[in-house]
Design a protein around this ligand. Structure first.
Ligand code: 4AD
Ligand code: MG
Length: 430
């Protein structure tokens, strides 16, 4: 019977056939151990010379890394294996022989691996990272569906910028100028007025000349937007959501976390509520920690965020940033209009800002004033103003960066390993 490695538990004692690739192998004169992978998992195939036809044993001994094959054998429980099962091989049929696979079990440099990303994805560690990414996506849909959100897909080609003009990718749209989406937020606000609670999940483009462990040119963002939800309520939704996806990864990716040697005690601590500090308090904290130069009104960089995060053992919200360093749409604090009702969620262990969010301006006159201050002229923005004209309501939303979240949960240093084909400052290939 044909099956996959993920299904072998249902076939203990039975003979099965699996389509697989050879990841690695060890052999002696009498026995060969084949590390097999089929995408759904890894399993060891054991070929005993005395128990198979000579041709099968010779094939097993000569088989090369990444050769594709059909393996037939009996499934047995194996408590020593991290996967719990092994295959007692009876027959092998080579589908396609692979010669000189470039990524051997020895160490390779990152640039070499990145140049071979199309093949590197097959490795055990990269496989584990992508499975964790998949679990975050799966549990994201579960969380928002369970809470009555509607998934809405904003456009990727846009006529206006959402987060400022310096980081836009320009493209021709027939005779007009268009941009690749920096954020679906403005459209999600329109959707929230139609559906109440909405979320999006899609690619985002930032022409940022940043070459750091946290920056991609193309990344994926989850953007919920909620009508009748104010700043504080939005923070509660955010901490519930992040706790839910963290616990889902802990529960459903045990093997992957083990392969990545992730300290799971750190993930177990990601449980709501999360601490909150204001921007003002963060400035004081930074001064205490020796950042003497930081002035009120400056934005935080990676070293600041890391220093702040070190004071907490959970992710921390930094709220109420100065209006002048945040986006035009954020609602000023009614008690103190020089700061806005916003929060960045900073992950521990140096992973940095994983969420940016805010309550949005819902007053037409104030939004028109912001338009003037930010020079947002032209037709491209008029529709967004109309959301404040016809039954405007308080509303809030946020964006979670998927790759930074994967890096954090998987314990991977750099975001380039958290997306299948990263787009970086110096890399558009493969
Ligand atoms: O803080 P940002 O720019 O917020 C927005 O775009 C809002 N419009 C979201 C909203 O309220 N709907 O981006 C949100 C998150 C960041 O916290 C970060 O996790 C991620 O997106 N992010 C990046 N991830 C990888 N590479 C980059 N260059 C990123 N820029 C932002
Ligand atoms: Mg931000």
């Amino acid at each position: 019977m044909k099956t996959t490695i993920s299904q072998v538990a249902k076939h203990v004692g039975e003979e099965v056939t699996i389509g697989a690739w050879l990841a690695n192998k060890r052999s002696s004169g009498k026995i060969a151990f084949l590390q097999l992978r089929d995408g759904t998992g890894f399993i060891q195939g054991v070929v005993v010379k005395a128990e198979v036809e000579e041709a099968v044993f010779q094939a097993a001994k000569n088989i090369t890394q990444e050769t594709s094959l059909y393996v037939t054998g009996t499934v047995a429980e194996d408590t020593r294996s991290p996967f719990g099962y092994e295959l007692q091989v009876k027959g092998l049929e080579v589908i396609h022989e692979s010669t000189d696979f470039p990524i051997t079990p020895k160490e390779h440099g990152t640039e070499f691996l990145m140049d071979h990303r199309h093949l590197w994805l097959r490795s055990k560690k990269q496989h584990a990272v992508m499975k964790i990414r998949n679990e975050i996506i799966r549990s994201t849909y579960q969380f928002f569906n369970d809470h009555d959100y509607v998934k809405i897909d904003p456009p990727i080609l846009t006529g206006s910028s959402a987060e400022g003009t310096t980081e836009l990718f320009h493209t021709k749209y027939f005779d007009e100028e268009a941009y690749l989406s920096q954020s679906g937020q403005l459209y999600m606000e329109a959707a929230a007025m139609a559906f109440g609670k909405v979320f999006s999940f899609g690619p985002t483009f930032r022409a940022e000349k940043s070459k750091t462990r946290r920056h991609l040119i193309e990344f994926w963002m989850i953007e919920p937007e909620m009508a009748f939800v104010e700043h504080e309520e939005s923070l509660e939704i955010q901490e519930q959501y992040v706790s839910f996806i963290a616990q889902s990864v802990l529960e459903n990716c045990k093997l992957e976390l083990d392969i990545l040697e992730r300290d799971t005690d750190k993930l177990a601590k990601i449980q709501a509520p999360f601490p909150r500090i204001t921007y003002d308090e963060a400035i004081d904290l930074l001064k205490e920690k020796g950042f003497d130069d930081i002035e009120w009104g400056e934005d935080f960089g990676a070293p600041h965020e890391t220093a702040i995060a070190e004071s907490f053992d959970k992710p921390v919200f930094i709220t109420h940033y100065p209006a002048e360093i945040k986006a035009f749409y954020m609602k000023p604090d009614p008690n103190r209009p020089d700061v806005v009702l916003c929060a960045d969620l900073i992950a521990p262990e140096g992973y940095g800002e994983v969420i940016g969010g805010s309550q949005r301006i819902d007053d037409l006159a104030l939004m028109e004033q912001r338009y003037q201050e930010h020079n947002l002229t032209g037709d491209a923005y008029q529709w967004y103003l109309e959301l404040r004209k016809y039954g405007s309501v308080p509303h809030s939303g946020f964006g979670l960066g998927l790759e930074r979240t994967v890096a954090w949960f998987a314990g991977v240093e750099h975001v380039r390993e958290t997306i299948p084909f990263p787009r970086l400052l110096n890399r558009l290939y493969p």
